[in-house]
Write a protein that binds this ligand. Structure first.
Ligand code: IYR
Length: 224
């Protein structure tokens, strides 16, 4: 490697093969319990849970370590009502005219519709933005690289962090999402990536059976 400042790696204690197999299996079992939920309780979530989860997301790998993401936590009832109004308007157009039949057919087993009441019920809404420009420190203004890959990875970690804390999540992507910039006060150079809804599931929450089927290892991997 070319000369650059570096420091010894820490945080990887030597573990036996048995230990790492056990750890990998336990994590897989924990993640297998994750469900995308559309019915939330209004039970509040302590702010540190959300802060810790965002810090976890912010630890994701990113292009040139520019960390091209920004998270707006939407608490205000007024902002939530506006987001619901805008999102439902987009969704009504989507379901009624914009979506091709093939897309509607793909969604039918999940039972989704334009009603997004969870945007006002769930205690946590996090708008995730990708930044075209930025840099390793807040306020930097350099070109960012692999923005969607980086933000996607960070969002994955955010979902894992909230799930592992015991919260249910929903990845919501009203299209187009440009209205989020105005509501969240984010500049034009930031592109909304998705809206993550989180909270405790409603006691009577259900999940579509179609969401439970996950592809087997042989269907998602090969070894060469
Ligand atoms: N954004 C719409 C439609 C939708 C699209 C996909 I792909 C999904 O996996 C789920 C829903 C909605 O939120 O209803």
């Amino acid at each position: 490697m070319r000369d650059h400042p570096s420091t010894p790696l820490t945080g990887y204690p030597v573990r036996t093969d048995d230990e790492i197999v056990t750890a990998a299996t336990a994590f897989r079992e924990q993640m297998a319990r994750r469900r995308t939920v559309r019915e939330f309780s209004d039970r509040p979530v302590p702010r540190p849970v959300v802060e810790q989860a965002i810090l976890t997301a912010g630890s994701a790998p990113s292009g040139a370590n520019h960390q091209p993401w920004f998270f707006t936590v939407i608490e205000s009832a007024e902002a939530r009502a506006r987001i619901r109004r805008e999102a439902e308007a987009e969704e009504r157009a989507f379901y009624a005219e914009k979506a091709p039949q093939e897309w509607l057919d793909a969604l039918a087993p999940l039972g989704t519709d334009p009603d997004k009441g969870f945007l006002e019920t769930a205690p946590v809404l996090i708008a995730v933005f990708g930044q075209k420009r930025g840099g390793p420190r807040p306020g930097d203004d350099r070109k960012n690289y692999y923005v969607s890959e980086s933000v996607g990875i960070a969002t994955g970690l955010l979902i894992c962090a909230l799930h592992q804390a015991g919260l249910a999540t929903l990845t919501h992507t009203p299209a187009p999402m440009g209205f989020l910039n105005a509501i969240c006060g984010r500049p034009e150079g930031e592109k909304p990536f998705l809206l993550l809804v989180a909270g405790h599931p409603a006691p009577d929450a259900t999940v579509p059976v179609a969401a439970l089927g996950k592809k087997p290892l042989s269907g998602i991997s090969n070894w060469i």
